[in-house]
Design a binder for this molecule. Sequence first.
Ligand code: DGL
Length: 260
Amino acid sequence: MSIGVLDSGVGGLSVLREVRRTLPGEHVVYVADSAHAPYGDRDAAFIDARVSAIADLLVAHGAKAIVVACNTATGVAVDGLRQRLHLPVVAIEPAVKPAAQMTKTGRIGVLATSRTLASDRFRGLVTTHAAGVDVLEQACPGLVERVEAGDFSSPETRALVEGYVGPLRDAGVDVIVLGCTHFPFLAPLITEVAGPGVAIIDPSAAVARELARRLDSAGLASPRAHGGDETFLTTGDPALVAPVVSHVWGSPVQVSTARV
Ligand code: DGL
């Protein structure tokens, strides 16, 4: 049995590395829907159908739990998955609540895809957890594509980050939420542009801890303390995706085709 993890592309690897740290004995199957990335500007029905089909593939691969490692997918597809699948579904979403609790200036920034920011789920997070806090929402077109290309620091990427993070910094936010799983790979650049005194929040570790809790309470945790391995699948071209996954993962990995 394995943990199934999905994202539109390589972004979910930022969640997977925390899952690996927290649960070193678990086998993990990761699906990057690279043929359809980015999800951020697509319509909700399309994303919902993709996520549903990938989740079914992960179940067919022996998933005992699913991690939706994509804020955009959570925003539109997680409720349907939870209704349909009879296994733990753990999902990432923008860390608005901790950011609202942490801010001293009363102003926070959220970097996410347009689709996430437009979702009812995100609106609900802001209404429920950030009353009285100024939430500056920043969509980031083009940034996911840079990460998918394995480009974390070129002048082009830097210019995009400056264009998205600079206005938040200038508006006086003291907390920035990374509301897209691709963005932790740009955290050094985001931190540099945001400047000192701005906290950057990535909820990946919290997602991994939640997964551990859910596995424990469902009696599904692996008895192994270490030795878990990873299977990487993509709907795109493995020859193009493997170098980026290897770079992000920190060691050469094999990536195979996911037919979904
Ligand atoms: N990594 C995803 C997220 O967390 C999706 C980005 C995209 O494909 O647009 O939102």
